[in-house]
Design a protein around this ligand. Structure first.
Ligand SMILES: [Fe+2]
Length: 177
């Protein structure tokens, strides 16, 4: 399950109840998929072939379609990042800039970890994600994504329109790293 760190106070939320109600209050979708469904070889595997990606999508086809039906997503894919990814450091530098999108940003973590840093009414908070966590950053909400110390993640992404899915930089004098 996800953990939350509130940056201004360094407070951490670590129970399912606290995390869920905090995210709901901020308009962030938060659900879980059962990672026991995923074959063992894909649970700790970060250099994925096209067949591996297809297997992840077919394993969670029901979950994906349920989410897509409820929230109008039309396309989905799998993204994998690890030290095997060429230019990982450059990619992370690019990701770590605060930005917004004109549609919400949905990720279902199937392996590894990641952090979404999101701007709420009382400042930024970090959502630390583990396998099974499904999160959606609301449209036009300043945020960025990064990895945790293990520097590896696999996630399913869902889009309303992937061709229009662009990061618009958000200059925020209040944001401190
Ligand atoms: Fe984003």
């Amino acid at each position: 399950m996800a953990n939350i760190r509130i940056r201004n106070t360094n407070e951490r939320l670590t129970t399912e109840q606290e995390v869920s109600s905090f995210l709901t209050k901020h308009g962030v979708l938060y659900e879980h998929w059962d990672m026991n469904k995923l074959s063992n070889k894909l649970r700790n595997h970060f250099l994925l072939s096209n067949e591996d990606k297809e297997e992840i999508l077919s394993t969670f086809d029901d979950e994906i379609r349920s989410l897509a039906n409820r929230r109008s997503y039309k396309e989905w894919d799998v993204v994998a990042l690890s030290d095997a990814t060429p230019n990982l450091d450059e990619l992370l530098k690019k990701f770590e800039n605060v930005h917004v999108h004109t549609e919400d940003e949905v990720r279902a973590i199937t392996a590894g970890n990641g952090i979404f840093t999101i701007k709420g009414g009382d400042g930024y908070f970090d959502v630390e994600l583990s396998p099974g966590d499904v999160i959606s950053v609301p449209v036009n909400t300043p945020h960025f994504f990064t990895l945790m110390e293990n520097r590896q993640v696999v996630a399913v992404r869902l889009f309303i329109d992937s061709s229009g899915w662009v990061a618009h930089p958000y200059e925020d004098p209040d944001f401190k790293r």
